[in-house]
Design a protein around this ligand. Structure first.
Ligand SMILES: [Fe+2]
Length: 411
């Protein structure tokens, strides 16, 4: 195996190429669809990630002239401090610029970035380029989740990755609880390698006696909850969750068909694999299932203290999209990959948290209300994008992410 270090410009181009590769099976029409206000068109993802490099890296160079100044308004997502932006629910109205124009935008910005990374300013710009690449990887997963939702909304139920999951895994592990660490523990980023501001500062927490399930909850286990009337029993639900069940008519996970035997996947409609982990749950559903099962969700500190000593390995995104698969092996499994795990922890700043300075302080910090932390990455998370201290966050009603759950118990 080669040990040649990857040059920064090579790494940059590799990550940018992968975003395009994930769009390989999509038409220009596919890439314009916005299926709901929370999702964005694939074309918008391609343009917005490019805008991010232009705004926060190239724009810091004296005399840089934006590729198309009028596009700043279209592809700024939520950075109020750099100017107004097009309304998020209306991203699907942007038939102009065309896909070809967006792809040309990417090429132009990639050339400028490659030149920068091969030049004298590379060292100074390295932290911003790294943030841009991490942002690009984050959007690779969002692109997949959004196109999956868009295709599910199409009555033809097309596949975005027809060969994903071929061969399948076997039976899952029997459910077993593994005692967690007790007492004082450190959580948060340790200082080596990249981390977002919301993973810092590292700090001490107190862990009460507890145990974590050795794997994620399976489709078969979740089906038992559905058959037992889980969606019809208000005592199992948080008040806002029960209101969502009533209002939205929830009766099963987002992509399960009414027959409870098949589900929509990136490979199209497939028979539900009883051994695979149950996917596309909201926090409310994960919480209700845990209550029904006589357990609870893990806190993010319990999760991180269990994951930190373990290598980052699992069913994560390499090149082509995958399906979540049955757990195999000894000890705690599926901490990384397969599905993000809803935790019992609200998304708030750690003690002493300080957002990044300037406009990039808007990246994470301003979302610290009304959302819950998810841990561990999914089969749509780029393998090199996840780590023990990584904190993902979504509102409790969100169902379209690759999210499932692991059970925990007090001891
Ligand atoms: Fe973004």
């Amino acid at each position: 195996m080669s040990t040649r270090p990857v040059a920064p410009s090579e790494r940059y181009r590799g990550i940018r190429r992968r975003t395009l590769a994930l769009c390989g099976g999509l038409s220009a029409e596919d890439m314009m669809v916005q299926s709901m206000p929370d999702a964005s068109p694939a074309k918008w993802h391609l343009a917005h990630t490019t805008w991010f490099f232009e705004q926060f890296v190239l724009g810091r160079k004296a005399g840089y002239r934006p590729y198309r100044p009028a596009w700043h308004y279209l592809f700024n997502s939520y950075y109020q401090s750099v100017g107004p932006m097009h309304a998020r629910p209306e991203r699907g109205l942007l038939s102009r610029p065309s896909l070809d124009e967006v792809l040309d935008y990417r090429r132009q910005v990639d050339e400028a970035l490659s030149a920068l990374l091969d030049g004298d300013a590379a060292q100074d710009m390295a932290p911003l380029v790294e943030l841009g690449l991490q942002h690009e990887q984050q959007h690779q997963e969002l692109l997949l989740t959004d196109i999956k939702h868009a295709f599910w909304c199409n009555p033809l139920k097309p596949a975005c990755a027809p060969s994903a999951g071929e061969g399948g895994a076997g039976a899952s592990l029997p459910l077993r609880y593994v005692a967690g660490r007790e007492g004082v523990a450190g959580i948060g980023h340790l200082g080596a390698g990249f981390a977002y501001d919301n993973e810092t500062p590292r700090h001490r927490v107190w862990l009460a006696p507890h145990a974590l399930a050795n794997r994620l909850v399976t489709n078969a286990e979740y089906a038992a909850f559905v058959h037992d009337g889980g969606y019809r029993e208000p005592s199992l639900w948080l008040s806002d969750g029960w209101a969502a069940v009533q209002r939205e008519g929830w009766a099963r996970p987002l992509y399960w068909e009414a027959d409870l035997a098949s589900e929509f996947t990136v490979a199209g409609v497939r028979a539900i694999d009883p051994h695979a982990p149950v996917a596309h749950l909201s926090y409310f559903e994960a919480d209700a299932f845990a209550r029904w099962a006589g357990a609870r969700l893990p806190t993010e500190a319990e999760w991180e203290s269990a994951a930190e000593p373990l290598p980052v390995a699992g069913n994560l995104l390499d090149q082509a999209p995958k399906l979540p698969a049955a757990a195999q092996g000894e000890g705690l499994q599926q901490l990384y990959g397969d599905l993000w795990e809803w935790t019992a922890s609200p998304y708030v700043g750690y003690p002493g948290f300080r957002p990044l300075s300037g406009s990039l302080g808007e990246y994470n910090g301003k979302f610290m209300n009304g959302q819950w932390v998810l841990r561990g990455g999914s089969c749509a998370t780029p393998r090199e994008h996840i780590r023990a201290s990584y904190r993902n966050f979504f509102p409790p009603h969100a169902r379209w992410q690759f999210a499932g759950l692991r059970l925990a118990q007090d001891r």
